[in-house]
Design a binder for this molecule. Structure first.
Ligand code: HEC
Length: 156
């Protein structure tokens, strides 16, 4: 009985990373981002560099930086906008003040949908790579480290 329980536990610990490892941009993230974010971050939205030149104008037009390709999304994870995707989509659990990011609401219509979609995005970024740090330290939040960056998954 004890052995059986141990075997079950052993299987469970192996199954979880296997699911996470299967999340890819092509199969999971592209359709999710298109459906939930495409209205304001689609092909007609400015690239991050363009957006940064004239933020106020784009914000007025309800446009954020483009996230419609793998590459445009990666720069909101790694560099130069380190952690932006995580800060905006976090449900508040990674935050000292427990406030969700301002794009979290766009992850779905219901709490359930938002939680499910966040889980997919987290698995894609890497469960252990999920943090809200920027490139440089800001206030109490430390800058990102090489060790943290090494944990990024981001499978195409
Ligand atoms: C109704 C329009 C709209 C939708 C839908 C939307 N966003 Fe945004 N998003 C914006 C606007 C406008 C900004 C710029 C203003 C701001 O920083 O809040 C922005 C900013 C961002 C930023 C910060 C970029 C930066 O460099 O500062 C990220 C990351 C982001 N959105 C991700 C997402 C994701 C992921 C989704 C889908 C789950 C999404 N957004 C859905 C309008 C939207």
């Amino acid at each position: 009985m004890k052995l059986k329980l141990l075997a079950t536990l052993a299987c469970a610990t192996f199954v979880i990373p296997a699911i996470a490892a299967d999340v890819t941009y092509r199969n999971d993230i592209k359709p999710l981002i298109k459906a939930q974010c495409g209205e304001c971050h689609g092909d007609d939205a400015p690239t991050l560099a363009e957006f940064d030149l004239d933020k106020e104008r784009y914000k007025k037009d309800k446009l954020g930086p483009r996230t419609s390709t793998y590459e445009t999304l990666l720069i909101l994870v790694g560099w130069p906008d380190t952690g932006a995707l995580m800060r905006r989509l976090d449900d508040g659990s990674s935050n000292a003040d427990k406030k969700p990011g301002n794009m979290y609401k766009n992850l779905g219509e219901t709490d359930e949908q938002r939680a499910a979609n966040l889980k997919i995005v987290k698995a894609w970024v890497g469960e252990e790579a999920w943090n809200l740090n920027r490139w440089a330290k800001r206030g109490d939040v430390p800058g990102i480290t090489k060790e943290q960056l090494d944990k990024l998954q981001l499978k195409y």
